[in-house]
Design a binder for this molecule. Structure first.
Ligand SMILES: Cc1ncc(COP(=O)(O)O)c(C=O)c1O
Length: 381
C-alpha cells in the first residue's frame, strides 16, 4: 500500500470538485439542473483576443518553451494596465511576474514566504484556497472574522490584540469574494500600516475589480505599500478567460524575485499564444468593460428577484461576480437550504459555509448564468 504524504491529511478535496460531481450525477439522471454555483464566466473573450491566439499558434517559436518571466511585451502590458486602471507604477522587468492564474500564485507566494509553523491571517468568510494552501505548506491558518455590520472589513484593533509574532502573511481580497464588499483607500491604508507595524506580508487578491465596480482600486496605490504588499490579479473574470489560466503578481523586486525562484522550479513558462491573447486583452477599450457590465447588471437584477423569491436579503451596492444573500431568520443551515433547493427545484447554489463559519446563514449566487436560465429558475419558485 503506497501511503500518501502527511500534508494530504491537512486538506479535503475542494468543495466544488466534490459537489459538482454530485451535480453532474443529478444531470446524468436527466435532472434539468441550473448551475448557479461556480464563478466561471460563460461569455466569450472578445473576438480580437480569440483571433490573436489563433494567429499566434502559427508564429515561429510559438510551440517552444517560453520565458519563466513571460514575454517582455506581456509584462509591459500588465504595467500599462496597472498604470491606466489603478494609477500604480510598476517596473515591468522586476516588479511584475505573469502567472498561470492567480490561484497558482497563492501557492507560489506561500511556498516563497512560509516555513512550517508560520501563521497566516485568513479572512472568514474567504476564498478557501488561502487556507488549503497554507495547510499544504505546513503553515497555520489564523482566521480573522469579517462581519456584515462592519462592511466585511477586519477589526484591526482586535487582530492586533493577539500574538502576531509568528504571523508571516495576511491574505486580503478586495473586492471581497464571496460577499462583494468593496474597500476604500482609507481602509487599505489601515491594512498597509498594520502590515508595516507587524512586519507582515500583505497580499491583496484582486480578480474582481472590474465586475460591476465603479471604482477599481489596487492596494499598491497606497503610498509605500510596495514595502510590504503584493497584489495578485487575473484575466479570468475581467476578460472571460478563466480557462486560459493567466494572471500576475505585482510587488517590489525582492518579493517578486522570491516568487520567481519558486515558480521557475515549478513550470516552464506560459504558452506563447496565451501570452499574446493576454496582451491583447489588457489593451481592451472601455467599451469592453461597459458591455460586459451591462450583461452582468441585467443578470444581477434578475438574481435579486430570485433572492426575493427565497425571502433572502442582500446589499444592492455590493460588487463583483456574485450575489451574497442572507437567509431569512429561522432558516435551516445554509447547506441544508441549498440542498433542499437543489433536490426540489434543480437549482444549484453555494452555501456560505464553504467560505468559513461566518458564512453560516448566507448563500451565494453566481452571475455566470444566462438571463433565460435565471428567469427559468425564478419560474420554478
Ligand atoms: C478570490 C479569488 N481569488 C482567486 C481566484 C482564482 O482565479 P484565477 O482564475 O486567476 O486562478 C478566484 C476564483 O474563483 C477567486 O474567487
Amino acid at each position: 500500500m503506497i501511503r500518501t504524504a502527511d500534508r494530504l491529511h491537512t486538506v479535503e478535496e475542494y468543495y466544488f470538485s466534490k459537489k459538482l460531481r454530485e451535480v453532474r450525477g443529478l444531470m446524468a439522471e436527466g435532472r434539468p439542473i441550473i448551475n448557479m454555483g461556480i464563478g466561471s464566466p460563460d461569455l466569450m473573450p472578445s473576438a480580437e483576443i480569440v483571433s490573436t491566439i489563433q494567429n499566434a499558434v502559427l508564429e515561429d517559436g510559438a510551440h517552444q518553451y517560453q520565458s519563466y518571466q513571460g514575454l517582455p511585451a506581456l509584462r509591459e502590458a500588465f504595467a500599462d494596465f496597472y498604470g491606466s486602471k489603478f494609477g500604480v507604477t510598476a517596473d515591468p522587468i522586476s516588479e511584475i511576474l505573469p502567472l498561470m492564474g492567480s490561484k497558482e500564485g497563492i501557492m507560489h507566494i506561500s511556498m516563497a514566504f512560509l516555513n512550517p509553523g508560520d501563521e497566516v491571517l485568513i479572512p472568514n468568510p474567504g476564498y478557501p484556497t488561502y487556507s488549503s494552501v497554507t495547510k499544504l505548506v505546513g503553515a497555520v491558518p489564523k482566521y480573522y472574522g469579517l462581519k456584515e455590520e462592519y462592511g466585511w472589513f477586519p477589526d484591526i484593533d482586535v487582530i492586533e490584540e493577539e500574538d502576531l509574532e509568528k504571523v508571516k502573511i495576511m491574505w486580503v481580497n478586495y473586492p471581497h469574494m464571496p460577499t462583494g464588499a468593496n474597500v476604500s483607500k482609507s481602509k487599505l491604508e489601515k491594512l498597509v500600516s498594520f502590515a508595516k507595524r507587524n512586519d507582515i506580508l500583505l497580499v491583496n487578491d484582486n480578480p474582481y475589480s472590474f465586475v460591476l465596480n465603479e471604482e477599481p482600486i489596487s492596494i499598491l496605490s497606497i503610498k509605500d505599500a510596495k514595502e510590504v504588499a503584493l497584489e495578485l490579479n487575473s484575466l479570468s473574470k475581467t476578460f472571460n478567460m478563466a480557462g486560459w489560466r493567466v494572471g500576475m503578481v505585482l510587488g517590489n523586486a525582492d518579493h517578486i524575485n522570491a516568487v520567481l525562484k519558486v515558480k521557475s522550479n515549478m513550470d516552464s513558462g506560459m504558452f506563447y499564444g496565451i501570452q499574446k491573447g493576454a496582451i491583447k486583452a489588457l489593451s481592451s477599450s472601455q467599451t469592453w468593460y461597459d458591455d460586459l457590465n451591462e450583461i452582468y447588471r441585467k443578470r444581477r437584477d434578475l438574481i435579486f428577484k430570485l433572492a426575493d423569491e427565497l425571502k433572502c436579503t442582500y446589499d444592492t451596492n455590493a460588487v463583483g461576480m456574485f450575489v451574497w444573500a442572507k437567509l431569512p431568520s429561522g432558516s435551516v443551515s445554509s447547506e441544508e437550504f441549498i440542498d433542499e433547493i437543489l433536490y426540489d427545484k434543480n437549482v444549484f447554489l453555494v452555501p456560505g459555509t464553504i467560505f468559513g463559519s461566518n458564512g453560516e446563514g448566507y448563500i451565494r449566487f453566481s452571475l455566470c448564468v444566462s438571463e433565460e436560465k435565471i428567469q427559468e429558475a425564478i419560474d420554478r419558485f
